[in-house]
Design a protein around this ligand. Structure first.
Ligand code: PRP
Length: 192
């Protein structure tokens, strides 16, 4: 396994800036949800690091739960628009204030699918908190109520985001070198 330094092109958001922003978001969310029955719903796996830091910055009581979704279609690193729920949360959300915690919103398909499903369960409110917003890549319109950072269309990893399931533990958001994400084109047709 390569060391992360071998695939890192640049640090996009250093650890100290991340922590400052997470603390600001925590303060804002604590104010907005004061006195309400708040459930933080983390989307696995990328949202884990953000959730763990965010909840430590909340000064109000809250519950947590988890969902996992997978998109499939063209290539493991591309969102296809087809999203399947592989792990559902196990709490009743009817009448509760649900805040979905995501590491990144890219095309928007994952969040759109989460919102569509959860709305049918009649929460009192349903909002999104995303650490990273790669808005240039958006394919469906989704409301994001709390955003950590707007980021450019670069392949990012660290702080929950992976490269082939690795490097989620890094305390910063890095940009990967092009050879990490530029995959070879399709195989040429076989000769007769
Ligand atoms: C990433 C990320 C979001 C989703 C965003 O998850 O954590 O859930 O993609 O992409 P979209 O806006 O284009 O739908 P991924 O499928 O890589 O799973 P992971 O969190 O387990 O790494």
């Amino acid at each position: 396994m390569p060391d992360y330094r071998d695939i890192l092109a640049e640090i996009l958001v250093p650890a100290d800036k991340l922590q400052v922003r997470v603390s600001e978001l925590g303060a804002e969310i604590s104010r907005d949800y004061a006195g309400q029955d708040l459930l933080l719903l983390c989307i696995l796996r990328g949202g884990v690091m953000f959730l763990a830091d965010l909840m430590r910055q909340l000064s109000i009581p809250h519950a947590i739960d988890f969902m996992a979704l997978s998109s499939y279609g063209v290539g493991a690193r591309k969102s296809s628009g087809s999203v399947r729920i592989s792990l559902d949360l196990n709490q009743n959300i009817e009448g509760r204030h649900v805040l979905v915690v995501e590491d990144i919103v890219d095309t928007g398909h994952t969040i759109a699918a989460v919102l569509e499903l959860l709305q049918t369960r009649r929460p009192a409110s349903l909002k999104i908190c995303a650490l990273l917003d790669k808005s240039e890549r958006r394919e469906v319109v989704v409301p994001i109520h709390y955003v950590g950072f707007d980021i450019p269309n670069k392949f990012v990893f660290g702080y929950g985001l992976d490269v082939d399931e690795l490097y989620r533990n890094l305390p910063f958001i890095g940009v990967a070198k092009p050879d990490v994400y530029v995959t070879p084109g399709p195989e040429p047709p076989a000769r007769p």
